[in-house]
Design a protein around this ligand. Sequence first.
Ligand code: C2E
Ligand code: CA
Ligand code: CA
Ligand code: CA
Length: 275
Amino acid sequence: AKSSDDQQICLYDKGMDDTIRKRRQLVDELRLAIQGDQLELHYQVQMNVPNETVAGYEALVRWNHPTKGMLPPNVFIPLAEQTGLIVMLGEWVLRTACHEAASWSSGLPVSVNLSPAQLTTPNFVEQVQDILLESGLAPQRLELEVTETTFIADQKKAISVLERLKALGISISVDDFGTGYSSLAMLRAFPFDKIKLDKSLIDDIDNNYKSKGVFRAVLSLGDALSVPILAEGVENKEQLAFLLEHGCQLVQGYYYGKPEPFSAPGKVTFVEPDK
Ligand code: C2E
Ligand code: CA
Ligand code: CA
Ligand code: CA
């Protein structure tokens, strides 16, 4: 029995080594990817449904890995956050999104996701200001998306940074509202311009009366706070009909379009879906 135990421990250790080694390699590759030319932004349309107009686009980062192909952010964003690489990655995303959006002929706003560590980076506001200046993007066209995690570490600092960003003309959205990452206390404490309802809230709205109830309640909350609400992850007509019936006008989801690269600078590739 003893020898087989030893063997198991041995195998286990080797597995650990492998995991750590692979992780370390991925971190090294990610650093090169950020500095090199391997990251790209895809954009997902946000619709104002009653007007049938495009309200803006959310920038979502992808890693075009030399051997593994196009990697989605859930594969590398957590790693970037754990290793501090997120500060460099986030700056790349912000700069690229501002430069690309500045070239859109539509003049529509762009939404950029912020990780908690970015907001508390020294001189973050100055960095944003510099990027706006160099890209020529009007601050009114930039929206920054934050989650509650952003405020846990240093609430005072986070509030002051947000207020300075807002003073520049940038708007702030609460992302993933309705998950553990955004709460009512947060809504009370911070001046937001938009609430984005997480996909999980809409997922089973078709066949679950409780989900419908929660959704209606959140919409009236937005109403009470005079903050527009955007529903994320809308995939079908039934969900859309429910949202419209309850006065939710802003929608983002596969129903209207998946995130995709802009084929050429300034060229909006968004196509109206079949009604
Ligand atoms: P998120 O900010 O909540 O972005 C929405 C995610 O939902 C995107 O996944 C989008 O492709 C997906 N989605 C949108 N509509 C639908 C739908 O109708 N059905 C389904 N099944 N999915 C839909 P993506 O691009 O894989 O991004 C995942 C997460 O990674 C984002 O969630 C965000 O938290 C993070 N992320 C992406 N880009 C960045 C970035 O530049 N910086 C930071 N810090 N985080 C990012
Ligand atoms: Ca987002
Ligand atoms: Ca979200
Ligand atoms: Ca999410």
